[in-house]
Design a protein around this ligand. Structure first.
Ligand code: DGJ
Length: 695
């Protein structure tokens, strides 16, 4: 049984293949955490409750808040709270007690009620035993017929880790052009706060965290946590004086004050916890498998090789020039041609046009459908860039609806990139957005949308009183995406926010891939991709080969290295193909052909980070599928005496034989794990791809 209730001990046990999660409801109505970690026989679990942390002083929390499954602020609780509420009469503080539960399939819902006020809280748990993932959330219901409740904090869950170990945290930090950089640090008493206040997932941090106590890439226990949410979020890891570690996360409590009207329920975003036994690599592979099974849009659909016009033409878009690029792209074997920014309204620069989503007649005199037909005639799918949540003041939309942007009266409307954020918390803006995009998709045979968002939300005002703009924006974004996907099921969608500013498991439920970063420098990319792969699978990681010198770094990396780097995810090309030499075009066509052959292994296989680009000049990443193994290796520069490097590939079948499809060399899985592949990486920016077939 994956979810069990043991009535004698009032204990709930969620059992994964390699893990147990357990808690009990106590005599006084509380929910006491017992265990999250390696599998323990259910009968041994109730006893764990007798040995909870004990604080004899009168200063700390009592009950010690963090042995609780939900820390509902009230009474003597001073640790990070899960829930903080204020009732209509001014009472602040919640007193919850167990009131029942239901178990259905793999889902447990435990209901708590307040001792006096009509407030119900359901703690949701869903276990995915094959991945050792527990998904948690809260459903908070105001049962009053007359009075609102104001929630000051409503996180999705507070997690407890086995106590008394020195933990280390891994997280992803970054900025525009430098997303998902992996960092590892020992935790010390105090708090580690990761968050976004931007209204989006953000570039600064990913809503993800891994905790370990001595794990490495292929060994050791890892507890990992990730939120499925695309708005402002927060993860707080608290280490107490005695070493107890707790992670609380969900909707950011900054500027929160959520008004829960009479009869209303707030369901918080899903917060997933994963337990892995074999290191950071195992944790990533479990996350990827979980997302393929339960999160991703169309997980078995091969993501096409695309061309994107942005770095080649920027705003200088026209039917004629785009078609010239498209002809070259088609010859390279590209499967999807995407016209980026600049095709609509008065969009000749970033100063005008956002909001006016009709093709510019000077740029597309025969209309968009005719251009799409031309692309289809070349044997490619047709894609288009949009940025629906934005408006330039210099646009027909803004002139017609200046009140449609987030703003406060008597306050500056702060522009960024000459644009403002549309107030998507308004139902009329949501309906306009849906109708506009639906109309666009019906106006021409469009197979793909790149959905961009190029600034953060500021001045979050202008919605109906009582509306939480931060949350309503995300809800309506999801609603529009869900409706569009339902009505246009064949359309692929890429999530973009100035690169990887909106990558999370909430958006990946509704979109097929993410534009990983505006930084297309292949060397920087290796590090960004290493970070991205901690949580998200390669089939969602959009990567382009662009021109050199790179516009951000001025580095001129060889075409081969650029292709090999981009082939580690969803391959795309973003260079100005009309400027590429015949030799470069021939070489590129070869990479595209190879990529299509290995695509099932890269996009659907298991990732193995074999050598980290953050730690060494030489890095490698491998993908293993049913019958094939692909290894990409990269060397920024080599020193004399270091020309040959063994890359070990643990985790393959030790008894199986793997043959190199180019050289015919045969290696056992055991040899690949223990001695490794000797790869020739000579000179600067050397790279290789090795394809092994299992016989
Ligand atoms: C930001 C994106 O990340 C780029 O790829 C490009 O689409 C530009 N916006 C267009 O304005």
């Amino acid at each position: 049984m994956t979810v069990a209730y043991l009535p004698d001990s009032r204990c709930f046990v969620l059992s994964g293949a390699a893990s147990s999660y357990a808690f009990a409801h106590t005599e006084d109505g509380g929910l006491r955490h017992l265990h999250w970690g390696g599998a323990i026989p259910p009968d041994d679990l109730p006893a764990l409750g007798e040995r909870g942390p004990h604080d004899p002083a009168s200063f700390g929390s009592a009950p010690r808040a963090y042995s609780e499954e939900i820390v509902a602020w009230g009474g003597r609780r001073f640790d990070e709270a899960t829930l903080v509420a204020e009732f209509a009469d001014g009472t602040r503080g919640v007193e919850l007690a167990y009131a029942g539960h239901e178990i259905r399939d793999n889902t447990l819902r435990v209901r708590l009620t307040d001792a006096y006020y009509p407030l119900d809280v359901v703690l949701g748990y869903r276990i995915h035993p094959e991945h050792d993932v527990v998904v948690r959330w809260l459903e908070i219901t105001n049962r009053s017929a007359a009075d609102p409740v104001v929630l000051d904090q409503a996180f999705s869950a507070s997690w407890s880790l086995p106590a008394e170990r020195p933990y280390r945290a891994s997280w992803l930090h970054g900025a525009w052009g430098a997303e998902t950089h992996l960092t590892r640090r020992e935790l010390a008493p105090g708090k580690l706060v990761l968050e976004s206040r931007t209204g989006t997932t953000g570039h600064a941090h990913q809503p993800w965290l891994a905790l370990d106590s001595g794990a490495v890439e292929e060994h050791g226990e890892v507890w990992s946590l990730a939120l499925a949410y695309s708005g402002s979020w927060k993860l707080t890891t608290q280490v107490a004086h005695d070493g107890a570690v707790h992670v609380t996360g969900g909707l950011n409590d900054f500027d929160f004050r959520y008004r829960l009207g009479p009869g209303q329920t707030l369901t918080t975003p899903e917060f997933a916890g994963l337990y892995a036994t074999a290191g950071f690599g195992d944790a990533s592979r479990r996350w990827h498998a979980y997302q393929r099974a339960h999160v991703l849009a169309d997980p078995r659909l091969p993501r096409p090789v695309l061309f994107n016009s942005w770095e080649a033409t920027a705003f200088d878009v026209s039917h004629r020039a785009q078609l010239a690029l498209a002809k070259q792209a088609a010859q390279l074997g590209v499967e999807l041609f995407v016209v980026d920014d600049g095709w609509f309204g008065a969009r000749d620069s970033d100063k005008a046009g956002l909001g006016d989503w009709t093709p510019n007649p000077d740029k597309f005199p025969q209309g968009l459908a005719a251009f799409a037909d031309d692309i289809h005639a070349l044997g490619m799918k047709f894609g288009l860039w949009v940025e629906p949540e934005m408006v330039n003041p210099d646009s027909d939309l803004y002139r017609a609806h200046p009140d449609w942007i987030y703003h406060f009266p008597h306050r500056t409307r702060t522009p960024a990139r000459n644009q403002h954020v549309l107030n998507l918390a308004r139902p009329d803006v949501r309906d306009w957005m849906h109708a506009t995009l639906d109309g666009l998709l019906r106006s021409a045979p469009i197979d793909y949308l790149k959905w961009d968002m190029n600034r953060s939300i500021s001045e979050p005002g202008g919605a109906e009183p009582g509306t939480n703009v931060w949350i309503e924006h995300v809800r309506n974004l999801y609603r529009v995406l869900d409706r569009l996907r339902e009505d246009h099921p064949g359309v692929l969608i890429e999530s973009c926010s100035g690169g990887g500013g909106r990558a999370d498991m909430g958006i990946l439920r509704r979109t097929h891939q993410v534009w990983t970063s505006d930084n297309t420098d292949a060397l920087d990319r290796l590090r960004i991709q290493e970070g991205y792969s901690q949580l998200y699978p390669a089939q969602t990681m959009s990567c382009w080969v662009t021109d050199v010198p790179n516009f951000l770094t001025s580095r001129a990396i060889p075409l081969r290295f650029r292709f090999h780097t981009a082939m580690c995810g969803v391959l795309g090309i973003g260079g100005d193909l009309t400027e590429w030499s015949d030799e470069e075009l021939r070489e590129a066509a070869g990479y595209v052909e190879l990529y299509k052959r290995i695509r099932p292994t890269v996009q659907f296989g298991s990732v193995h980070r074999l050598a980290s680009p953050s730690e060494d000049d030489v890095s490698a990443v491998g993908y293993s599928g049913d019958r094939e193994v692909v290894v990409f290796a990269f060397a920024r520069s080599m020193r004399t005496g270091e020309r040959r490097r063994a890359i070990r590939f643990p985790g393959l079948d030790p008894a199986a034989v793997y043959s190199d499809v180019d050289t015919g060399e045969r290696h056992s899985g055991a040899l690949l794990a223990h001695r490794g592949l000797y790869l020739r990486l000579e000179g600067d920016y050397a790279s290789s791809v090795t394809v092994l077939r299992r016989s």
